[in-house]
Design a protein around this ligand. Structure first.
Ligand code: FE
Ligand code: FE
Ligand code: ZN
Length: 276
């Protein structure tokens, strides 16, 4: 059975997201830890979180995925922005321990002209400050499209981040199908070769989650525009190969397609049927 869900709004609370995920036919979900453009996080209602944990247990949920705000940029040239990245991630990871053994995903960052090497160094600095031995959360580096000066477009860059982190056992990778395709990895016609390369450079044991998104743009466009499943340049047949792949089909999958809830329900049903 495919473990799948979609991105949900945290505004109604944690248990509400769990119930919504089930209504949509899923058994997991993704949510922003705070406004995606930044800002202060709401105080967490521990009773609500505990209700979600019970619901997850009773309904065989896969791990859920928290997503850091887009504005988090550990490799900014601006001191205040770097400080914000540190404060947000430290605070988010502390809160994630109320939801033990789940996952936290972030965009590695944009080096804004400082160069890839310097960018990677700053990302490692942040991770070396916020990761702790006793945390139960796995922190995921998201594969990026390579828009602007984004780091994480190549598997080599992600490997370099992992290599620079002391507690690298706490790290994994979230593969975003739109982003890798946009980054130039041909998961449409050459999925096996891309996975072999991922294994050679990073190691497939690091791959912990999938963002399932079709792409509005062709291979290697570096644009990062998500499309509904089957309506973009990746296409339905490629998604069928992804969800039926013995390794990928076991990973928790999160949709971030341009949809309302009914559209998400249709895509969840479609992908689950494909994976049968
Ligand atoms: Fe993302
Ligand atoms: Fe994504
Ligand atoms: Zn994206």
């Amino acid at each position: 059975m495919l473990n799948i869900g979609c991105h949900l709004s945290v505004s109604k609370g944690f248990e509400a997201m769990g119930k919504q995920a089930i209504e949509l036919g899923g058994n997991t979900f993704q949510f922003f830890t705070r406004n995606p453009r930044g800002g202060k996080a709401k105080e967490i209602d521990t009773e609500d979180v505990n209700k979600l944990l019970v619901l997850m247990k009773n309904n065989n949920f896969a791990k859920i995925l928290a997503h850091a705000p887009y504005t988090l940029n550990p490799c900014s040239a601006n001191e205040r922005t770097k400080e914000f990245a540190f404060e947000v991630m430290r605070d988010d990871l502390a809160k994630m321990e109320l939801l033990p053994n789940n996952m936290y995903n972030f965009h590695p960052g944009s080096h804004v002209g400082q160069g890839v090497e310097k960018g990677i160094e700053l990302i490692c600095d942040l991770l070396n400050k916020v990761l702790t031995e006793d945390m139960t959360t796995t922190v995921l580096l998201e594969t990026m499209a390579g828009k602007g000066s984004e780091i994480g477009r190549t598997f080599e860059e992600l490997r370099a981040i992992i290599d620079g982190v002391n507690l690298s056992g706490k790290l994994g990778v979230c593969l975003d199908t739109c982003h890798v395709f946009d980054g130039g990895y041909d998961i449409k016609d050459n999925l096996e070769a891309v996975l072999e390369e991922f294994d050679r450079v990073i190691g497939l044991d690091r791959l912990r989650a999938l963002h399932l998104n079709d792409s509005k743009n062709p291979l290697g466009s570096h644009k990062d525009r998500h499309e509904k499943i089957g309506e973009g340049n990746i296409g339905l047949e490629a998604f069928e190969r992804i969800v039926t792949n013995p390794l990928l089909g076991k990973l928790p999958c999160y949709l971030e397609t341009p949809n309302e809830l009914d559209g998400y329900a249709r895509e969840i049903a479609l992908l689950k049927k494909m994976a049968e």
